[in-house]
Write a protein that binds this ligand. Sequence first.
Ligand SMILES: CC(=O)N[C@H]1[C@@H](OP(=O)(O)OP(=O)(O)OC[C@H]2O[C@@H](n3ccc(=O)[nH]c3=O)[C@H](O)[C@@H]2O)O[C@H](CO)[C@@H](O)[C@@H]1O[C@H](C)C(=O)N[C@@H](C)C(=O)N[C@H](CCC(=O)O)C(=O)O
Ligand SMILES: Nc1ncnc2c1ncn2[C@@H]1O[C@H](COP(=O)(O)OP(=O)(O)OP(=O)(O)O)[C@@H](O)[C@H]1O
Length: 513
Amino acid sequence: MRIPFDQISAVSLIRLLGPDRPFITGITYNSEHVKPQFAFVAIIGENTDGHTYVNQAIEAGASVIIGTDEYILIQASKRFPDVTFAVVEDAREAMAHISSYFYGNIQERLIKVGVTGTNGKTTVATYVQHLFNLLHIPCGMLGTTGIWKSDEKMNIHKSTPTTPMSVDIHHIFHELHRTHHEAAAMEVSSIALDQKRVAGIQFDIAIHTNLSEEHLEYHKTMEHYKASKLLLFQQASVSIVNLDDSGLAEDILQSASNRVITYSQNLQSEADLIWTNCHHYEKGMMFTVYYEGEKYTVSVPLYGEHNAGNLTAAIASALSLGISMEEIVSVLPEMKQAEGRFQVIHAPDNRKVVIDYAHTPVALDQILKEVRHIPHNRLIAMIAGIGIRDFGKMPKMARAAQGKADTVVVTVDHPGDHEPNDIIRQVLSGFHQPKEQVITAETRKEGVIKALQESGPNDIILLTSGCINGCQIVKGRHIPHSDENIVQAFFQKPKKLLLPQEETTMPTAMPTI
Ligand SMILES: CC(=O)N[C@H]1[C@@H](OP(=O)(O)OP(=O)(O)OC[C@H]2O[C@@H](n3ccc(=O)[nH]c3=O)[C@H](O)[C@@H]2O)O[C@H](CO)[C@@H](O)[C@@H]1O[C@H](C)C(=O)N[C@@H](C)C(=O)N[C@H](CCC(=O)O)C(=O)O
Ligand SMILES: Nc1ncnc2c1ncn2[C@@H]1O[C@H](COP(=O)(O)OP(=O)(O)OP(=O)(O)O)[C@@H](O)[C@H]1O
């Protein structure tokens, strides 16, 4: 395809050198992925500067170089007159707009739902995906659990943990459209918003979950974190806002010029959707939703009161498309839980292993309260300090856990370049004379095993924090890790721990109760 730089007005072009309508066969931000006639976008990163690799990209066949360093691009243009050099104001933003153009602006033909917030992005995006599919709107999902078509995971390498790089987003949108999808639900992280990964996308719906402290290792201040999240609502036609969140709701309401749908748990609020009266039962939960003066009873095979709120946000997104509440409520009994979010493995002696990716103090506090709704004897909770994240958060995890379990196992997730014991000490510093038993484990694997060893009949073993992309990041290496496999292996040996009928039910895939 030829790229007419002068016609893609959103690209803030400063100077164009070389052929002005270059032909390209692909776009990449990594010189190692350049193929003949690719456009290479030089990005200044945290470790290195993409402009360093301009020569390498041209040697690999790049026909276009896009970057911000005018001097480097002018010098290179003298040596390679057949190559197009585009000096732009913001390389990441330019990449987003050019990627959209390259993929035929196909994104405009999809219903796009963006979800942002500190906790609940994956869950809400997954609920939107499942709900739309049940309502016969084929919907994909882009998020921490992977890139999904309506019915299966796509085999696409993820460039980042949550929101892909812009060129990957447009490639995925193109693939979804090619396979007859009508919608895409996606998590939009604050980092992605700041890095313009979704620049040029006009979301049909933007959903807000909540805001609390997170990602300060990147944003440095809460103000920057908040301002980044707010960007999503400036590029959406409908904003769905959680009135119960004191972190961001007011700011969205004040700045939104688009249609707003609000949701809340509070009967006294004037929210458009009010969810209340949540009860758990063996197969899930039931709650009431008030909407336009009517009362609806929702029954879903999902657990955790916060998930009633998350589901209400997804319901609001379907309502905004003009689907009736009656139709929505009728399909909810078919809903499915998101991977690794309040998922329950039934283990021998009526033990229940709950895997939940709670990795903020707020989420940890929440899940520790929620699991108590499941009948149990003792509660053993594993918490972790995440080495590749903000050290300041670690003691807060201990504070959130204190007093809420019988035993707390403190371990480490993704130590990165840090010594596991430094991380453990940092977490432990948050406890204030804990009455419960606190034990430590230097690796997540050891932590899971110790938590299981502590358990007895009818106990709940809650494994929190998370394992991004099924691995542990240790000194730059990605070491495969799976809590489920460790649980499975633990109960398989010694064999006598397993009841005969349970041997077939201790699966690699996790069933929910
Ligand atoms: C902080 C951050 O955003 N990091 C992303 C960033 O890496 P970086 O800034 O360190 O890049 P770098 O290594 O300095 O390289 C700079 C540029 O030179 C290029 N390069 C480098 C070497 C080479 O030989 N040739 C070459 O072209 C690189 O491709 C890059 O474009 O650019 C890379 C791609 O160019 C991303 O893969 C990487 O995401 C990493 C995997 C990451 O962990 N990101 C996290 C922080 C993130 O984005 N998280 C959010 C939120 C998650 C949540 O919800 O909790 C997310 O949306 O995923
Ligand atoms: N609405 C909510 N309010 C508070 N806590 C929540 C909410 N939804 C989910 N959580 C908690 O946060 C954990 C993470 O949920 P989820 O993965 O959906 O969030 P996320 O924002 O996508 O985080 P990440 O992108 O880092 O995975 C859940 O396991 C649960 O414990």
